[in-house]
Design a protein around this ligand. Structure first.
Ligand code: UDX
Ligand code: UDX
Length: 461
């Protein structure tokens, strides 16, 4: 079966960029991305490409090329499903906050709702592709909902049939476009060879066949969780060693370089920092922990749980050491926070380390001046929540505004512009003795020291 029309439910960080690249690389396929959120769809349709709801380098050019040609954004979910040969489910699956599995399991209500909508509206044969990160065996749920509708030709059309595939997304935010254009691998899980080959026919238009891996459904779902768990584990591992470096006088950058030179270890994902953030790493490990618990594998669950615990510890540790260096109190002190996004080149703040570090400092009654080139003040307000009596924060428009009268600067996101900060200029309006806390190892420390600042860098003993 050759795919002519695709519908993607969910116009978020995954659905939007993924469909844009599919449309760009497959001019023969009509791609419609639907979402319940009208404001989000309006933003995807904004004639001004700088207003797209997702910030990703290169995304504007891809959308500019395809939108209106074979890439469409709409809130009309039902007709888009009815017209589709293939439906991608790319709705969000956050960690549950209450009920069974709260704090670990994923909330699948939107996946279920989308599956029901597909069951109701699809026509003819439809291949349903799970793109959201899901707990292992979710495809079963999707399949059960779809089979209940299968064969239902009552509405007058041809009978409906479905196939379900798992096609996890490995793109990282900030590099989504190159990750999609030149993926290390594309993973397709399923038990229906014709459906698998139909999806291969889509990716095969730009991805070499040896990079397309075919597995069973459960392997595919579990591989996604495992990949993110391994990535997160490397970060927790290097952050644990960073703390030891600080205590012993070693330098974590030298250690990371030395171990990364071993081709068995490899050099990637060894940057010590304020801990991992983002919508996936923590959520996927917690999913894995829940799954292991469910199958009675308590030691395995505890092993992965410790990766998340170390991450939280690192964030609290950084907030604590800021307080310690500032003579044991930050009450009423102004602290400049540079960077709020969970990593550079994105406006996404989900699980950003900056949130927890800022909250700890606000708890200590600090006055924060926060600068991020892409995160809005409204987003910061949502993330930081209500602030206790004495702490306070404001969003500012430049690093220079942030440091006016500040006792310290904290760098919490590795925005490239922070590498070139003008330390003599920034240090001048700070209250002395003043500190630079570089949690991302990006600042020019020599320049900061020469400008009279005390400096701390993660993992530098
Ligand atoms: C994706 C994946 O789907 C998620 O499983 C993964 O862990 C993180 O990445 P993401 O694209 O980042 O999620 O989520 P988000 O940006 O929140 O986008 C999801 C979109 O789906 C939202 O725009 C939401 O409005 C939409 N949605 C949700 C629907 O259109 N219908 C629904 O029923 C639920
Ligand atoms: C991750 C996975 O990389 C991707 O494959 C999956 O599809 C979604 O989840 P993402 O969350 O977008 O992608 O970003 P990633 O680059 O993995 O970074 C996650 C967090 O780890 C960020 O907060 C980042 O700053 C941090 N990180 C990353 C480190 O602290 N050190 C590193 O060496 C690498």
């Amino acid at each position: 079966m050759s795919i002519r029309t695709i519908c993607c439910i969910g116009a978020g960080y995954v659905g939007g960029p993924t469909m844009a690249v599919i449309a760009d690389r497959c001019p023969g396929i009509q791609v419609t991305v639907v979402d319940l959120n009208q404001a989000r769809i309006d933003a995807w349709n904004d004639p001004d490409l700088s207003k797209l709801p997702v910030y990703e380098p290169g995304l504007d050019a891809v959308v500019g090329r395809c939108r209106g040609r074979n890439l469409h954004f709409s809130t009309a979910v039902e007709p888009a499903i009815a017209a589709a040969d293939m439906v991608f489910l790319s709705v969000n699956t956050p960690t549950k906050t209450k009920g069974v599995g709260a704090g670990q399991a994923s909330d699948l209500r939107w996946i279920e709702a989308s599956a029901r909508q597909v069951a109701a509206c699809a026509q003819g044969h439809t291949i349903v592709v799970e793109k959201s990160t899901l707990p292992v065996r979710t495809a079963e749920t999707v399949q059960a909902i779809l089979s209940a509708a299968q064969g239902d030709g009552a509405s007058g059309g041809s009978p409906k049939t479905f196939a379900v595939l798992s096609n996890p997304e490995f793109l990282a935010e900030g590099t989504a476009i190159p990750d999609l254009e030149q993926p290390d691998r594309v993973l397709i899980g399923g038990d229906d060879p014709a459906a698998i080959e139909a999806l291969v026919g889509v990716y095969g238009q730009w991805v070499p066949d040896q990079r397309i891996l075919r597995t069973n459904l459960w392997s595919s779902e579990l591989s996604k969780l495992t990949a993110n768990a391994f990535l997160a584990q490397r970060i927790s591992s290097i952050n644990s060693i960073a703390a030891l470096c600080e205590a012993t006088g070693a330098d974590v950058q030298e250690v990371a370089h030395a171990i990364g030179a071993d081709s068995r270890i490899g050099g990637k994902f060894l940057k010590a920092g304020p801990g991992f953030g983002g919508s996936c790493l923590q959520k996927d490990i917690l999913n894995l922990v829940y799954l292991c618990g469910h199958y009675g594998l308590h030691e395995v669950a505890a092993y992965w749980q410790s990766v998340v615990e170390l991450n939280g510890w690192q964030q609290h540790r950084i907030a604590r050491l800021v307080v310690q260096r500032l003579f044991g109190t930050v009450t009423g002190k102004r602290l400049a926070v540079l960077g709020f996004a969970f990593k550079a080149d994105t406006n996404d703040t989900r699980e950003a380390p900056a949130i927890r570090i800022c909250q700890d400092l606000l708890e200590e009654s600090a006055q924060l001046a926060i600068y991020d080139p892409k995160v809005s003040a409204a987003q910061m307000a949502e993330d930081l929540g209500p602030v206790g009596q004495e702490g306070a924060w404001e969003a500012v428009g430049t690093p220079l505004e942030a440091v006016a009268g500040a006792d310290a600067v904290l760098i919490l996101t590795e925005w490239a512009s922070f590498a070139g900060l003008d330390w003599p200029q920034l240090a001048a309006p700070m209250r002395k003795p003043a500190w630079l806390f570089d949690a991302r190892s990006i600042a020019d420390l020599a320049a900061a020291r020469a400008a009279g600042l005390n400096v701390w860098r993660v993992g530098m003993g």
